[in-house]
Design a binder for this molecule. Structure first.
Ligand SMILES: Cc1cc2nc3c(=O)[nH]c(=O)nc-3n(C[C@H](O)[C@H](O)[C@H](O)COP(=O)(O)O)c2cc1C
Length: 193
């Protein structure tokens, strides 16, 4: 089994990356592979399509998705927002019923607003959300700060354990013959009256 992790920070090896690697360690110890992809600044430079198509396609072979973002102005980064807007528009079945989780990193505040925005991508795509012992956030400005956030570190470790448990349950369920609910054709309404 494999989990794709997206790093939505402008910094390839900053706090968000450090938080993702902590969850990856736990998943790897549980026998689950991980891959971290840095979105970079292409998304806000009007050049996201190639990476978005690549990730949307890659998701076909993934069992779970973890999205990491720094908090910028009490919201997810513009980079990850633009990127997810595109990926969730085109990835369709490659996301459906796969567990998802979001992690945010902030110096101080805006974390819950950013998490709310990220979790909404999962819930529009029929993805079960994996939770932890608190909301999935860490605090810091520099990567090493994350390790001083003891509660944040525990949140990451519990998240990794819970993601591994759910992935194994889904695999065991499939092996036991639990059927995947069929996808329904979406009913589109622009307004109700
Ligand atoms: C443009 C910008 C906006 C930011 N806005 C916030 C904010 O609203 N709240 C906060 O606590 N930190 C804010 N920060 C700090 C980062 O969220 C924080 O340092 C984060 O851990 C950086 O993660 P990274 O190293 O992965 O980029 C902001 C940083 C930048 C560059």
């Amino acid at each position: 089994m494999k989990v794709l992790m997206l790093n939505g920070s402008r910094r390839p090896k900053g706090c968000t990356y450090t938080a993702l690697t902590e969850v990856a360690k736990v998943l790897n110890a549980e026998g689950i592979e991980t891959e971290i992809i840095h979105i970079g600044s292409d998304a806000v430079n009007g050049n996201i399509n190639n990476t978005a198509v690549y990730v949307a396609d890659l998701l076909r072979d993934m069992d779970g998705l973890i999205v990491g973002s720094p908090v910028y102005y009490a919201a997810p980064s513009g980079e990850i927002s633009a990127f997810l807007d595109r990926v969730f528009m085109i990835a369709g079945e490659n996301l459906r019923l796969k567990p998802g989780a979001a992690i945010v990193s902030a110096r101080r505040a805006g974390t819950t607003a950013a998490l709310d925005a990220l979790n909404k991508y999962f819930t529009i795509a029929e993805m079960p959300i994996v939770s932890s012992r608190y909301w999935n956030m860490v605090h810091g400005s520099e990567p090493e700060d994350i390790y001083k956030d003891e509660e944040g570190m525990q949140v990451l470790q519990v998240l990794g354990k819970n993601m591994a448990w759910l992935l194994k349950c889904i695999e065991a369920g499939k092996a036991a013959g639990v059927e995947t609910p069929e996808a329904v054709e979406k009913t589109w309404t622009n307004f109700i009256r």
